[in-house]
Design a protein around this ligand. Sequence first.
Ligand code: DC
Length: 222
Amino acid sequence: MSFIVAIDGPAGSGKGTIAKLVADDLGFLTMDTGAMYRCVTVYFIENQISLEEEEKVENSLEKIQIDMKDIDGTQNFFLNGENVSTKIRTKEVDSLVSQVSHLVPVRLAMVHLQRKLAEGKKIIMEGRDIGTNVFPNADVKIYLDATPEERARRRMEQNKAKGINNISFEEILENVKFRDYNDMTSSVAPLKKAEDAITVDSSNLTIPQVVERVENIIKERM
Ligand code: DC
């Protein structure tokens, strides 16, 4: 039986964390659609494909095969057979992926792949445009939100845990707001809440509280 849960929302709202916990509890698969755009970005970097070269970009999409596989409970991504789960998280990819995700042929290819991979599955898909564009008829649509200040605070904590102490809260907050602005005003697939999505604002909730709320919404519709 197919059952699609769309979780969309801004960067840093906790989509990945929540999708994984809920999926483990309820026996769903997950799909991190942002990671797919990251795989394409790795391919473009490694094959020196400039984003301005439209024809090259289009032709190269036929040569890109992306697969997902669960290894020890973590979703791993394979680009043409190579496990690129670490490579897709580098700073270089971070700084290029947004531009890559705004290329129309890239979006068309990824949306097609996302629909194909989700076919017939019980799956939680997290991204930016799942409820609005990829699966407008998803069984459940959640818009996971949090204030820019809270998302900046979380990023600051993550940085601290990684030993990064040289970026101030103000700088992070400015970056969060800048990304929101770019995501929401983009001419291609702008981030916006689907009309029939349920907003879960996680600003003042703990992770278990968010998980519970999301699970209750899903259970009501199963
Ligand atoms: O969630 P993330 O940071 O891994 O996403 C990487 C990039 O891909 C980010 O710039 C947003 C974009 N993205 C998108 O345009 N559509 C999606 N469904 C998922 C991510």
